[in-house]
Design a protein around this ligand. Structure first.
Ligand code: ASP
Length: 354
């Protein structure tokens, strides 16, 4: 196995004296649950274009960050080793169960999850709704593979561990740490294909900042999360099928009708503007809603709120407005909502609360 390349500037920082002070903090017990992604990725040729996610395992990643073991007592396990483009409901359930097990143990003070960035906004939101703890759960990924020049994984790992051991992280739920920023699972979205500054919390802004281990926290999360949520994955074998359909000029009814025929219990429309869509699409989702499929109007736009009864008469048509939740997060919440109810008003209340 190829040895991970250490980043010169990062190593220089570690050698600069900060590590001495940080070494005194190393009593927090962190369980790392690794799932793969670019942070564990390797290029076919060092410095070359393209790479394969999930090439290194968790021990390689931890040992590649100088003095990480001095920040905290870190143990790790590999839950899966995949690119997060292959993340799915089954892995979410496995991962969430494992998180709930480890946080229930007095031997774990915080959890760090390594994960690809493509679907981190979905996994983090799912976990934030079903994990029952006030212990910090921090998710970390990277935009550049471990073998890249200026790989961002080591500093993201360092900052992730720094956030996890910080007392201010307690009670904030699941957070994503990347590129010196901390984001709440509910608010964060990946907005750029390749930039290291890809994660943003459009409407609300970040949960805090990290500067080579120093943490500044902003406001506490305002919405309900796992600790107080009605969602439970105990005994849950699978999640109900919810499909996302993308809105566009000229959108027709075909794919909406096909999704319903294929057994979707819920639909999310990534609508244009304020969760809008063509008249044929609106007619089709209204028919789906009448047939008992719960339909959420979200938006393909990266920020803003899908308002209820603004341009579309949700009350009359029996629809749910997603509020701040983008299509991917709306799908996560709708799947969990459907494990509890199919009542449209009750589902709308969940979209208001979570
Ligand atoms: N495709 C990768 C993944 O999500 C991208 C990344 O991790 O940045 O696993």
């Amino acid at each position: 196995m190829r040895k991970l390349r250490l980043i010169a500037s990062f190593a220089a920082f570690i050698a600069s004296g900060s590590a001495v002070a940080l070494a005194e903090q190393g009593t927090t017990r962190i369980t790392v649950l690794a799932t793969g992604g670019t942070i564990a990725g390797a290029q076919a040729e060092e410095g070359g274009y393209g790479y394969k996610s999930g090439s290194f395992d968790i021990k390689d990643l931890i040992s590649a960050v100088p003095n990480l073991d001095k920040l905290a007592i870190i143990s790790g396990e590999q839950v899966v080793n995949i690119g997060s483009q292959d993340m799915n409901n089954e892995v979410w359930l496995t991962l969430a169960r494992r998180v709930n097990e480890v946080v229930a143990s007095p031997d774990t003070d915080a959890v760090l999850i390594t994960h690809g960035t493509d679907t981190m906004e979905e996994t983090s939101y799912f976990l934030s709704l079903v994990t029952k703890t006030t212990k910090p759960i921090i998710m970390v990924g990277s935009m550049r593979p471990a073998t890249a020049i200026s790989a961002d994984g080591p500093s993201n790992l360092f900052n992730g561990v720094s956030a996890a051991i910080n007392p201010g992280a307690v009670g904030r739920g699941v957070m994503v740490v990347l590129n010196d920023q901390i984001h709440y699972a509910r608010n964060v979205a990946k907005l750029n294909t390749t930039d290291v500054q890809t994660f943003q919390s459009g409407n609300r802004g970040p949960a805090g900042l990290t500067n080579t281990g120093a943490i500044t926290w902003f406001a506490m999360p305002e919405k309900k999360q796992g600790m107080t949520s009605e969602f439970s994955i105990d005994g849950l074998e699978q999640l109900p099928r919810v499909d996302i359909l993308y809105g566009n000029a000229g959108m027709n009814a075909d794919l909406i009708e096909a999704a319903v025929k294929l057994g979707a219990k819920g639909l999310v429309i990534a609508g244009v503007g304020d969760g809008n869509m063509t008249t044929p699409a609106l007619d089709a989702i209204t028919a789906a809603a009448k047939a008992g499929v719960v339909v959420v109007r979200s938006t393909r736009l990266p920020s803003g709120i899908v308002y209820r009864n603004n341009e579309v008469d949700d009350d009359a048509l029996g629809l749910v407005a997603s509020g701040e939740l983008n299509p991917a997060k709306s799908r996560v919440l709708l799947m969990l909502a459907l494990t509890r109810t199919t009542d449209v008003a009750a589902v709308q209340a969940m979209f208001n609360e979570y």
